[in-house]
Design a protein. Structure first.
Length: 293
């Protein structure tokens, strides 16, 4: 994404959105609406497949990911996790055609109990998130993944709706903490030495929130001494999504992981709901509570 949601929130330039009525929620499950854009959870297999096509356009055509042969043939990014996740969609209702033609952004959401019933979370392939979950038996976790927005929709409104949808969904399902892998473009961690070192020295999760990358694939993020890291340059180099998470109160796991298939360098972001800033809670809380009811 090219828009930092917290930069947007702090600018005070919130886009005006039409009110969502109880009838909208009951009929369509709408979690938010701004202008012609709406956000809700996918309701059918055809909508999920359309979201997978959006992911293909971003991850393969734009970012040069290499998916399994069947996914490349179908021109859809899909895997076994799609069958157990919920798929958050942003739709542009001004686009002519079916609902599947109107999907412009998506996020994949995996709830705690669903993950545990199917052997764990997607991020377990890179990080020891099982240890994190075990240390918090009273919290329900949610994993966020596969976030993408079509280039022409990387705007304030789309990002606001994605976050509105995530927040309303988290409230509805009584989530206590969110986590998920966020990515730097490219499979050469050293190219991101300043930003990774900044995260290591300033945002690394410790204590009960500590999470470490798996042995054998862990890349040391401590590439530069703290005094060598320029905060301004590092923040400029951080992907907007990671900056947004940090301003909400998020932390990152110990170690980065290179995902060669997706041509990315991943870090694990951990966001306890209790850590989210009052400004963000005040901004979304009342509306999200209404949507989640």
């Amino acid at each position: 994404m090219t828009m930092d949601v917290l930069d947007y929130l702090q600018s005070g330039d919130r886009a005006g959105g039409a009110a969502i009525t109880p009838e909208d929620i009951a009929r369509d499950g709408i979690l938010g609406r701004i202008g012609t854009l709406e956000t809700r959870i996918a309701r059918s297999q055809s909508e999920i497949e359309a979201a997978q096509s959006v992911r293909y356009r971003v991850f393969v055509e734009e970012m040069q990911a290499q998916l399994p042969a069947e996914a490349m043939r179908c021109r859809r990014d899909f895997d076994k996790w799609d069958d157990i996740c919920d798929h958050l969609l942003v739709l542009d209702r001004k686009i002519e055609g079916d609902t599947e033609d109107q999907i412009v952004a998506t996020y994949r959401l995996l709830r705690h109990e669903v993950a545990l019933a199917h052997g764990g979370f997607y991020s377990d392939s890179e990080y020891r998130t099982d240890q994190l979950v075990a240390r918090h038996p009273d919290l329900r976790f949610m994993e966020l993944g596969r976030s993408c927005v079509l280039p022409e929709y990387r705007s304030k409104r789309t990002v606001e709706l994605l976050w509105q949808g995530n927040w309303a969904y988290a409230l509805k399902h009584h989530i206590g903490a969110m986590f998920g892998c966020a990515s730097f473009h490219g499979a050469i961690p050293e190219a991101h030495a300043m930003a990774l070192s900044f995260l290591y020295h300033n945002a690394r999760a410790t204590g009960e929130w500590a999470v470490e990358a798996l042995p054998g694939i862990k890349v040391d993020m401590n590439m530069m001494a703290a005094e060598e890291v320029s905060g301004r340059k590092a923040l400029t180099a951080l992907p907007p999504l990671i900056k947004g998470y940090l301003r909400l109160g998020a932390m990152v796991g110990e170690g980065a992981v290179v995902d060669h298939a997706f041509n990315t360098t991943d870090v694990l972001v951990i966001l306890p709901i209790a850590a989210i800033s009052d400004r963000y809670l005040n901004y979304y809380g009342a509306d999200a509570g209404r949507f989640a009811s």
